[in-house]
Design a protein around this ligand. Structure first.
Ligand code: CU
Length: 164
C-alpha cells in the first residue's frame, strides 16, 4: 500500500507535536501551596498573627498563595532573604497574593504590620543551590518577636527533617 502524506497531513502533525510540547514537562504546571494569614494559630490560640504553615517546602515552578483568611495581613519579602535572581514580592494588606517560585533557595518573608510581633515565615524551594543563600538569610537582623521565630525556623531547617 502506497504511503501518501500530503502537505495538510504534515501541517496537522506539526500542530499536534506543537500542542503536545505546550503540555509537556518544560511547561508543566507546578503544585500550589496555601499559606494562611491568620490572627491566631489554630493549634496554639496564644500565638497571634501567624503564617500557617510557618515553613513551606516547594519544588521549582510551584506556586504559593498567601491567603487572607483573616484581614489585616500581607506577605512581603525581607531584604537579604531571597535567592540571587529571584523576584521579591510585597502583597497588599487583606489581599491574597500568588507567587510562583522558580529559583531554588530560601525565601524569608514577613507581614508588614506584624513582623515585630513575630509574623514571619520561610519558603524553601528545593533544587540545585537551594542552600546557597541560607547563611546570608540567617545573618539578617530582626526586630521584636521575629528574632525568636526565625531562631525556631532555622532550628527546623538545620534539623534536616523538612527535606527528608
Ligand atoms: Cu499580619
Amino acid at each position: 500500500m502506497p504511503l501518501i502524506i500530503d502537505r495538510r497531513t504534515i501541517l496537522a502533525s506539526m500542530a499536534a507535536i506543537a500542542a503536545t510540547g505546550v503540555a509537556g514537562p518544560a511547561f508543566a504546571e507546578g503544585a500550589t501551596h496555601t499559606v494562611q494569614m491568620l490572627n491566631k494559630d489554630p493549634d496554639d490560640r496564644k500565638k497571634r498573627n501567624v503564617f500557617l504553615p510557618l515553613i513551606q517546602v516547594a519544588e521549582p515552578g510551584d506556586t504559593v498563595v498567601f491567603t487572607s483568611v483573616d484581614k489585616g495581613h500581607n506577605s512581603e519579602i525581607i531584604k537579604g532573604m531571597i535567592p540571587d535572581g529571584a523576584e521579591a514580592w510585597k502583597g497588599r494588606i487583606s489581599k491574597d497574593l500568588s507567587v510562583t517560585l522558580t529559583q531554588p533557595g530560601v525565601y524569608g518573608y514577613r507581614c508588614t504590620p506584624h513582623a515585630a510581633l513575630g509574623m514571619v515565615g520561610l519558603i524553601i524551594v528545593k533544587g540545585d543551590g537551594m542552600m546557597d543563600n541560607v547563611e546570608e538569610a540567617k545573618a539578617v537582623k530582626h526586630r521584636g518577636k521575629a528574632k525568636a521565630v526565625f531562631e525556631e525556623i532555622w532550628a527546623q531547617v538545620d534539623s534536616g527533617n523538612l527535606l527528608a
